[in-house]
Design a protein around this ligand. Structure first.
Ligand code: COA
Length: 260
């Protein structure tokens, strides 16, 4: 498909996806969500890609939300469809990828933008970043997983306050809340994401995929994360990566994981 609203870079095992609608502060319209779905899917199925970084173009915004102009006249059923399709194509899709996804939040991450960052496996922010879920100021609620993933990360009380006030927090408050793992300058944001990605890449990608499934299971209704952990743990023993990792340790060598 034509990629009009995103930029892709694939280098040294890292796929960087940049949302590129700076004149609209990278707001997520339907087309951008579809393009992102394709880009994440392609990156996840490429065996050479070990980590995916998602960021926004320009110095002002990661993503300033879902594109308000697209849904302003929607009906009840269209609203419900917007949320369910968006979750299936992008937000749940990203959260459940087996390739690690790091969100590099380089400015405003509002509404659907913060929800996209929340769907990533973890987040870094530049010191100018501002984050919030302002949906109730528009008469709607977060519909791309924000009412679920924000309390999981920052606790129910903080999520309630942030959502009810429609307020924004700065990068250091987000760090303090555990919403982002690191804060750095805008200039150092992608280099830091790449540095963390290179640490991840030294490890077994199949074991990492099992860890993601196991961690996610603990946050899913009807799933028992401990049971998933037992199953995923067992599966690791059948992988070539496990043989390589344990043999390399015993032989005091660096592992060279085949990735299967
Ligand atoms: N949907 C559609 N367009 C958006 C948008 C969104 N979520 N966020 C920003 N834009 C557009 C603006 O309409 C404007 O377009 P225009 O130049 O054609 O008028 C452009 O992006 C620049 O935004 P602007 O509001 O002029 O920038 P600002 O610096 O004054 O304010 C924000 C920045 C982020 C505070 C402000 O854009 C904002 O509040 N955006 C909406 C945030 C929101 O409610 N998101 C949740 C949506 S569910």
């Amino acid at each position: 498909m034509n990629l009009d609203n995103i930029l892709l870079e694939n280098k040294n095992g890292i796929a960087t996806i940049t949302i590129n609608r700076p004149s609209k502060l990278n707001a997520l319209n339907k087309q951008t969500i579809k393009e992102l779905h394709h880009a994440f899917k392609d990156a996840d199925s490429d065996p050479n890609v070990k980590v995916i970084i998602i960021t926004g173009s320009g110095e002002k915004a990661f993503v300033a939300g879902a594109d308000i102009s697209e849904f302003a006249d929607f009906s009840v059923s269209e609203g419900e469809q917007l949320a369910s399709e968006g979750q299936a194509l992008l937000f749940d899709f990203v959260a459940n990828l087996s390739t690690p996804v790091i969100a590099a939040v380089n400015g405003f991450a509002l509404g659907g933008g913060l929800e996209l960052a929340l769907a990533a496996h973890f987040r870094l922010a530049s010191d100018n970043a501002k984050m919030g879920l302002p949906e109730v100021s528009l008469g709607v609620i977060p519909g791309y997983g924000g009412t679920q993933r924000l309390p999981q990360l920052v606790g129910k009380g903080r999520a309630m306050e942030l959502i009810m006030t429609a307020g924004m927090i700065d990068a250091n408050t987000a760090l303090n809340y555990g919403l982002v793992n690191h804060v750095t300058t805008q200039e150092d944001l992608l280099p830091l994401a790449e540095k963390i990605a290179s640490k991840i890449m030294r490890n077994s990608s199949v074991a990492i995929a099992s860890a993601i499934s196991s961690i996610n299971a603990g946050f899913e209704d009807g799933e028992n994360g401990f049971d998933t952990e037992v199953t995923e743990f067992g599966k690791c023993f059948g992988t070539a990566d496990f043989k390589e990792g344990t043999q390399a340790f015993l032989q005091k060598k660096k592992p060279n994981f085949p990735g299967n």
